[in-house]
Structures are given as structure tokens and as C-alpha cells.
Design a binder for this molecule. Structure first.
Ligand code: ADP
Length: 438
């Protein structure tokens, strides 16, 4: 097994990975920016290396510095977590060149799936249903308008390298097309330094259903069921649950088989997520594959009893999967909610909830600084109940107990969602937040 893993990340996911390594007897190296010298991941790891100033591009996105730290500290693998360099094919390639195992798929697979337009084509060729749309990116407004008319309005204009809900516009008519296209492209160029755009049909108020995949380096792949991530704002997930109350057993089986086929078609290894949209008639369509551990992976852990980070490490070490599809059992219902800070600052006081079936993934402690330079998510609250109603109740109680002093957060908004009669009656679609919380 690996002797030492460097964690190229920060915040709760870095802490989550350090814990998994420690339980497996693997030494850990944290990297941290000057803003994170007192951060929990820096304090918890066996060794820690400062890799530069606060700005991500000078620290957590700086490949040379991270690789130098890994070589200097004698790490034999790097876990990238999510965000930062986790889906950077060049970084995975450089790790391989330095003979350091990147805990994730091969760089070529990351590159192929990271381009959503290309990923659609790969999936379509493998018989995976994709949202109706164009096979090639569109070069300009005129070309885009012709394609949009062929697909039929409403359409969704999307950035090929998109992520985080950026570079995306819904266009409902020919008159809106030019403005929508140019705005989406401008946003994509700014966020991803790339203006490659593609167009697909806009599915009205779908459900976002994604399947967790594990694939080893010996050709075995399984799915660990779905997560329903339909509670979103600006196309960004706010709440995730497993299983989805919207799926029948038959649909689950069909979508799960399709997700495994998708992973195999891409030559996928390690943990990944196949994302689908489910329309009102029960049709499902591939939208993208995420080639990393997801923010919402704990809900899958809570209903399968598996530790996904440990599985990632075992797969990266070259072990075959320890189970086949029929060995995977689901029990209960889990929900995660993301607590985001609305400002930078210092958490002066923190009261965390607990109890049976309540899990808190965070790097916060009383006195923690939240620098302005990074993602705003500070706490993931995860609960597991015997069924959805019990899980919702548990989350209401856990949110009621959670106290954060010193910074403003979305805690109250999350409480309002969990006590909203439509959510309580669930499941909801991706239009729920806009309809019920203006
Ligand atoms: P990102 O990579 O930026 O997260 P995704 O392609 O995963 O973007 O889509 C994010 C969300 O945007 C989806 O969960 C869904 O709510 C919405 N979305 C994306 N494509 C479509 C579509 N064709 N029709 C309707 N909604 C869509």
C-alpha cells in the first residue's frame, strides 16, 4: 500500500482524506497557502508544506509547487480532492511523469470527459442516451442559431469546459439567441479561458439524478446507486439525497446499468459520477461525467456503508474491487446540505449538532479563519434516517442545533427549505428553488 499521500486540497475534503489515510495507516502531507497556516488540514496532517500565497493560482492551483512538495516529502501518491486540480488532465499527466500516483482516472480519460461536448459523443456512440443536441461545438452566433432552430426552442447553450453552473444560458426563442450566446461565451471565456460552446435541448424542470461509479484497473466497474441533486440555485447543487424518491426500482436498475456502461465506454478507473437529467415522462439523458470524488459523496457512504475515499486509494494502489454489483446493499435514506459562508471572516463560535445518524464534515473550529480566496462551502451536514421522512426530520433538528458565530451563512435558507411543505412531501425538481424561494 502507499506509504505517504499528499493531499492537494484544503478545507473539509482535505480533512476527510487525511482521516481516511490515517485509518489505513498511510502518512499524510498537507499543502497549504499562507492564508491557511492555521487551517485544520494543515494542523491535522502528519506533515505540512507551505506552497505559496493565498491566491489559488499561486498555491492550490500551482502544479509545479505541489509536485515539488510531493517529491521533496517523498509522497508516493497525490489525492486531488474536488475542485482545484482534481479535473486537470495536465496535472494527472505530470504526476505520472514524476512517478507519483494520481488518485483518479488516467489523464487521457480526464481530458476526454472534461470536454462535455466530446463526452456526449463518446456516450452516444456507446448507446447511452444524451440530451438531444449538436455533435460539434458551434463557432458563432449564426451557426448556433441554425442549430438551435433544428433542435427546437427552448435550448441550453453550454460551455464545453463548463463547471459550477457557469457559461450556461437558457434561450427560449430566436430573438433571445444572440444575447444568450454572447453572454454565455463571455462568461465561459472568463471562467475557463475557453469559449468553446455547444447547444442542447433545454429539458423543462428535470430532476438531476447522478450515479456513483467505482471502477478498478482490472476492468471491473459497479455503481453505488444514485443521488438526487435537484435542489439547486443558479444550476448549483444545494442539497443532495440518496436514494432518489423519484425513481422506481426498475428505473434505478436501468439507469445504473447505463451509468456503468458509460464508465466502461470511457475507459474509466477510480471513483466517478455519471450525471443524468430525468424528464417528466421518465426519460433520462446523460449530461456529463465528473472524474473525481464529489462534494456529495457522503450520502452514498451513509446508505452503502462504504468509505469512498478508502476505495479510491485501494483502486489507485491497483487492488481489484472487493465486491460485485450484487454485493452492494442500500439501507435507509441520507441527505446532505451545504452550509456556505456569505462573507470572509473568523468563525468566533461554533456549535455542532450530533446524535444518531448525524455526520458533520467540516474543517471549521471556533477561531477558524475563512479567507476570501476560496470556495464558500464551510460545512456539510449529513443525516441518515430509516426513510426520507425521518431523514428530513433529523436534518431539521440538526440545522436547529447548528450555531455559527462571526460570519453570515445560508443556514436560515437551508432551514426554510427543509421545513418547506413541498420539500417535506418531496421529491422536487430543479425548478423548486426558483418557484418557492424567489
Ligand atoms: P456544471 O458542470 O456547470 O455543473 P451541468 O452540465 O452538470 O453543469 O449542469 C448543471 C445543472 O444545470 C443541471 O443539474 C441542471 O439542473 C441544469 N442543466 C444542464 N443542462 C440542462 C439541460 N439540457 N436542460 C435543463 N437543465 C439543464
Amino acid at each position: 500500500m502507499f506509504q505517504k499521500i499528499l493531499i492537494a486540497n484544503r478545507g473539509e475534503i482535505a480533512v476527510r482524506i487525511i482521516r481516511a489515510c490515517r485509518e489505513m495507516g498511510i502518512k499524510t502531507v498537507a499543502v497549504y497557502s499562507e492564508a491557511d497556516s492555521e487551517a485544520l488540514h494543515t494542523l491535522l496532517a502528519d506533515e505540512a508544506v507551505c506552497i505559496g500565497p493565498a491566491k489559488s493560482k499561486d498555491s492550490y492551483l500551482n502544479m509545479e509547487r505541489i509536485l515539488s512538495a510531493a517529491v521533496a516529502m517523498g509522497a508516493d501518491a497525490i489525492h486531488p480532492g474536488f475542485g482545484f486540480l482534481s479535473e486537470n488532465a495536465r496535472f494527472a499527466e505530470l504526476c505520472a511523469l514524476c512517478r507519483i500516483k494520481f488518485i483518479g482516472p488516467e489523464s487521457g480519460v480526464i481530458a476526454k470527459l472534461g470536454n462535455k461536448s466530446e463526452a456526449r459523443n463518446t456516450m452516444e456512440a456507446a448507446g447511452v442516451p444524451v440530451v438531444p443536441g449538436g455533435h460539434e461545438p458551434v463557432r458563432d452566433v449564426d451557426e448556433g442559431r441554425v442549430l438551435a432552430e433544428k433542435i427546437g426552442y427552448p435550448v441550453m447553450i453550454k460551455a464545453a469546459l463548463g463547471g459550477g453552473g457557469k457559461g450556461m444560458r437558457i434561450v427560449r426563442s430566436g430573438e433571445e439567441f444572440e444575447a444568450g450566446f454572447l453572454n454565455a461565451r463571455r462568461e465561459a471565456e472568463k471562467a475557463f479561458s475557453d469559449g468553446t460552446m455547444y447547444i442542447e435541448k433545454y429539458i423543462e424542470n428535470p430532476r438531476h439524478i447522478e450515479f456513483q461509479i467505482l471502477a478498478d484497473e482490472h476492468g471491473n466497474a459497479v455503481h453505488l446507486g444514485e443521488r438526487d441533486c435537484s435542489v439547486q440555485r443558479h444550476h448549483q447543487k444545494l442539497i443532495e439525497e440518496a436514494p432518489s424518491a423519484a425513481l422506481s426500482e426498475k428505473q434505478r436498475e436501468r439507469m445504473g446499468e447505463t451509468a456503468v456502461r458509460a464508465a466502461k465506454a470511457a475507459g474509466y478507473t477510480n471513483a466517478g459520477t455519471v450525471e443524468f437529467l430525468l424528464d417528466k415522462s421518465g426519460n433520462f439523458y446523460f449530461i456529463e461525467m465528473n472524474t473525481r470524488i464529489q462534494v456529495e459523496h457522503p450520502v452514498t457512504e451513509m446508505i452503502t456503508g462504504l468509505d469512498l475515499v478508502k476505495e479510491q486509494i485501494r483502486i489507485a494502489w491497483g487492488e481489484p474491487l472487493r465486491f460485485s454489483q450484487k454485493d452492494i446493499r442500500f439501507s435507509g435514506h441520507a441527505i446532505e446540505c451545504r452550509i456556505n459562508a456569505r462573507m470572509a471572516g473568523t468563525v468566533t463560535g461554533l456549535m455542532l449538532p450530533g446524535g444518531c445518524g448525524v455526520r458533520v464534515d467540516t474543517a471549521m473550529y471556533a477561531g477558524s479563519r475563512i479567507p476570501p480566496d476560496y470556495d464558500a462551502m464551510i460545512i456539510k451536514l449529513i443525516v441518515r434516517g430509516g426513510d426520507r421522512a425521518e431523514a428530513v426530520k433529523k436534518m431539521q433538528c440538526a440545522l436547529g442545533e447548528l450555531g455559527i458565530e462571526g460570519v453570515e451563512t445560508n443556514l436560515e435558507e437551508q432551514y426554510a427549505v427543509f421545513t418547506h411543505p413541498v420539500f417535506e412531501a418531496g421529491p422536487v425538481d430543479t425548478g423548486f428553488m426558483e418557484r418557492c424561494f424567489k
